[in-house]
Design a binder for this molecule. Structure first.
Ligand SMILES: Nc1nc(=O)c2c([nH]1)NC[C@@H]1CN(c3ccc(C(=O)N[C@@H](CCC(=O)O)C(=O)O)cc3)C=[N+]21
Length: 296
């Protein structure tokens, strides 16, 4: 039987609608949530994301700030921009677009973002808060993936989840969130022995390795739910890139019970959750109750 296709694009639009409603209420009280995006260099893919982030921020009624620096910017220049944003009361969320040019120390830069404004959830104090079950800013891609899973399954208690990939921005926080929702969690990675056998145990598979089409349908337990976080750009003859996920969609969709497509799955949820996190940060900064259903 063919898998149900999880419509992340539609779900993301619903999330953005909820965010916009909350923002309208805040604005009636004289509070406008603000998001600042820092972009160093001119990576074409980053340009695309930053543009759509800015557009969706404004559409949600929020204040949008873009700070662009040349690829040659020094670490001190980047740090002083972040420090200025930390001190700006109109900015509730700060995102430093990754990847950064190689000469910059990514961990030092991410550590400079005020944890309360860290809407990416990349600061070590947010990672630590999440890992210890406390109130954190949660990375957007895992948060969006969790929202899709909760929408599909309701309670995730007792489910076997296999996260493929151990990055700090997706794999590890995803595993923490699934654990918090009472899944039995395995983190698999490039050194995992017999990966297909590990994946075959899973009720939930989250593929976040960045290897196009790696997960094939015969790795899956029939009826399982597949969340495909991968985005690999493949050049086509027309000159326009095509994006593909970490799962071989055709074969996975024959075996899975539900699957996120690429594009139109996790990607749009990532940006929707960035807006949700900015709203959450703004509510916390103003001592207001947090928006329901938009946090982990
Ligand atoms: N500090 C930081 N935070 C990020 O969250 C961050 C980042 N850096 N660097 C780059 C990655 C990538 N990323 C995506 C966001 C949306 C889509 C998205 O909306 N994708 C659409 C299609 C886009 C297309 O067609 O190119 C989709 O999957 O349907 C994809 C990828 C956020 N990132």
């Amino acid at each position: 039987m063919a898998a149900r296709v999880i419509d992340g694009k539609a779900f993301a639009a619903t999330v953005r609608g909820k965010v916009a409603e909350h923002v309208a209420q805040l604005k009636a009280q004289g509070i406008t949530p603000g998001l600042a995006v820092v972009l160093v260099g001119a990576d074409p893919a980053s340009e695309v994301y930053v543009r759509s982030k800015g557009k969706q921020t404004v559409e949600a009624g929020m204040h949008s700030v873009e700070k662009r620096l040349p690829a040659t910017a020094s670490e001190d220049e980047v740090l002083s921009i972040i420090e200025a944003l930390n001190g700006d009361p109109d900015v509730h969320g700060i995102l430093v677009q990754l990847p950064l040019p190689g000469h910059l120390d990514e961990s030092r830069i991410l550590a400079t973002v005020d944890p309360a404004k860290d809407v990416d959830g990349f600061h070590i104090s947010n990672a630590g808060l999440l890992a210890t079950g406390q109130k954190a800013m949660v990375p957007c891609t895992p948060l969006g993936s969790l929202m899709l899973l909760r929408d599909l399954h309701g309670d995730l208690t007792g489910m076997e989840a296999v996260v493929i990939g151990r990055s700090n921005i997706v794999g590890k926080p995803m595993a923490q969130l699934l654990l918090r929702d009472n899944c039995t969690v395995t983190i698999a990675h490039s050194r995992t022995r017999d990966l297909p056998a590990v994946v075959r145990r899973a009720d939930i598979v989250v593929a976040a390795v960045g290897r196009a089409g790696m997960v094939s349908g015969d790795w899956l337990k029939p009826g399982s739910t597949v969340i495909d976080v991968g985005i690999t750009r493949i050049p086509t003859e027309s000159g326009k890139d095509r994006i593909v996920g970490d799962c071989d969609y055709a074969s996975c969709a024959e075996v899975a019970g539900a699957i996120t497509p690429v594009p139109g799955g996790v990607g749009p949820m990532t940006i929707a959750c960035l807006l949700a996190n900015t709203l959450t940060a703004c509510c916390r900064a103003n001592g207001l109750p947090e928006p329901e259903g938009l946090t982990a």
